[in-house]
Design a protein around this ligand. Sequence first.
Ligand code: SF4
Length: 810
Amino acid sequence: MSIDRRHFLKTSAMAAAVAAARQRAFGKYENTELDATASGDGVVWDKAPCRFCGTGCHVRVGVKDDKVVAIQGEQLAEVNKGLLCVKGYHVGGILYGKDRLKQPMLRKNGKLEPISWDEAIDVIAERIQENPIEFAIYGSGQWTIPEGYAAQKLIKGGLSNNHIDPNARLCMASAVTGYLSTHGVDEPAGCYTDLDECDVLIMWGNNPAEMHPVLFSRVIDRRSKGEKVMLIDIGTRRTRTTEYCDEYMEFRPNSDLAIANGIAHLLIERGTYDKEFVERFCNFRKDTEKASLMGQASTFEEYAELLKPYTPEYVEKISGVPAEKIRLLADLFGRRDLRITSLWCMGVNQHTRGTNMNRLLHGIHMLSGHFGKPGDAPTSLTGQPSACGTAREVGTLAHALPGGRVVANESHRKDCEAVWNLPEGRINPKPGYHTVLMWEKFCTPSSEGGDVSTIWVQVTNPGHTLPNLKKLFTGKRDLEDKFLIVSEVYPTATTELADLVLPAAMWVEKNGIYGNSERRTQQWFKMVNPPGEARDDTWMTIAVARRLFELGHEGMKDKDGEFIFSVKDESGAEVPIWQWEHYYDLNVDKVLFEEYRQLTFLKHKDVAPYDELVKARGLRWPVVQKEDGSWQETPFRFMEFSDSYVEKGKELQFYHSVTKDDRAQIWFCPYEPATEEPDSAYPMWLCTGRVLEHWHTGTMTRRIPQLRNAMPHAYVEMHPDDAAAQGLANGDLAVVETRRGRIELPVWLNGRGRPPRGTLFVPFFDENLLINELTLGDIDPISKEPDYKKCAAMVYKPNSSKAPASSPTL
Ligand code: SF4
């Protein structure tokens, strides 16, 4: 361990949370073998990615007597080099909450009652058989790759209705559309190495000190070694990240587009943009009147003209960021001697203009030539462990197919039909319902056009995470013809309304593969048995498909009449993997992954063979085989020095360019007001987000005593002057109200986050304080991702005469 890292851990914002587990993290590292190994005390160690965030840290999992007994940071993992955050150190504990779901339960006379797996599978199959086109699966960026792939094959290849969408729609969809409309293909070009190489790190509406702490520590470590890295926080409130930053630029919610345009304007006005880079590698585009993914072609001249209004003074007026700070940002982007990395996550993506803001961030990096070298990168981080791997790469979004394909493209459908051995035309060309529409349809009576009658939720908690919950989730409560199936590990806000609950195996209770934020595919093996009758989600999907096959559903047959999930052993005999007792007779994950792998080459998203992943701590695609037979990953995409798909001498090649000329697109997208802004009735902004200790809805982390005790409940952060104006002090209960509802929360003043006057922040992890009953539900018109970061709200003391808070100073 370096002194610098020790120093960092002692002094950083994360230190308090990390300290308890530090000894374990940096204790003697005994096992560096790739395969599971046993230590003298009978503990068997094996590798796995952390179950939580999209950083994709690797852990060593210690197992004894069929129980996870220890966790270490994996020193051999490039992502985290032995370090974990407080959640990672406690990840083993997520398996052992007292209230694990252990048997299937069916709602009878309003009460969930235990049933057998056979009965549960029958109920689902019969429900589908009755009305296959109104059946939907709502999945997750926490699905393993094989889980998502199997669910997608059932819906798109079997039921032909395309009603499948992952919760990644709620967090990453705008990043997808941003990459697609810029590079012509999804996923970042750079990787975490950019954090080791950059001179300037700009965080756009991003709080990595709490949300991606291990990544943030890579930069802080460099500073403690004496390296100069300038950190800039462009945010709507001060956070733990701000404390480390050289510059903090506070902007009015929704005005980030004006800031990005202001930088581009100055680069052009001053002539400090990278003319050569732009001429060699870029085209220009702008939005059409009706927002669309590819917009329309534009020119440099038109782009420059459209940017003209975005003077620093005009941007200051819109955003509140002083004009000289906009000039400072343009100064930095105008310098060729610096390497600049931009990071963003939900602050940019959960935005009614999320696609546009993604485009603009890519655009200022392209315009200034800060792209194509290690340390020069615009990168969107993910919040879930396999939002990239399963939602985006496997293509479980309602319009997508595996490997960057879409259902609307005939040749893409044919590719999948060929690999799945389906009759031509089996895959429906019409995209299914995206998340918000799926739930809206589900919560609308069938007689009024609500044509989703059954949803099967896998590995996620929409009863907690959907926006505007009363409309999009609890509306189901009184609709008797709607049926909600939930496979879960613990009781949640979603299981509360479920008609059928399926107990699921989790994390190292099953085989798995994830794909993290930097295109790294990570494999692990089952290490312990799940409790009671809990079973793998992939098995559930296959078992339901098989029951449909037995009921004669034509969609469950391939073109030779065989079961679509048929798996043969070496002798050619079918293995009945739909029977739980035979599911692990062979490695179903490997079978499904190798099938999926055949679909990854078209868009150069070549994942490594399963057996190579077994040997590694993740490999970044495209993974290509070299002449000597070895496999090589690609840290930097589109760049000749790293990406073997770039033609010799091209230096940089956007080989899936939408303009088919190997160029990226620089977009002009105007600043536009938010769809709901503070007014006289609701005079404050409400922003929601996460906390260090809890992962998303807290289903797992709230069952770990150390994490639960460290952060027991949600709160509302507000400015002390706003609190005083309402007669509220630290710890008092306050009512937060929007046009959609109200909740009471304790006030936290001058805590971790310090919002400016006129802004409230509430974390969403607490199932007893569902802030999403208040959030908006308006979506980006292109990505269909909802905005959770801003709506109009008021705050007041309970039982006081209801009065708006003081006028915001924004
Ligand atoms: S929660 Fe994220 S940052 Fe923390 S250990 Fe897990 S993967 Fe790493």
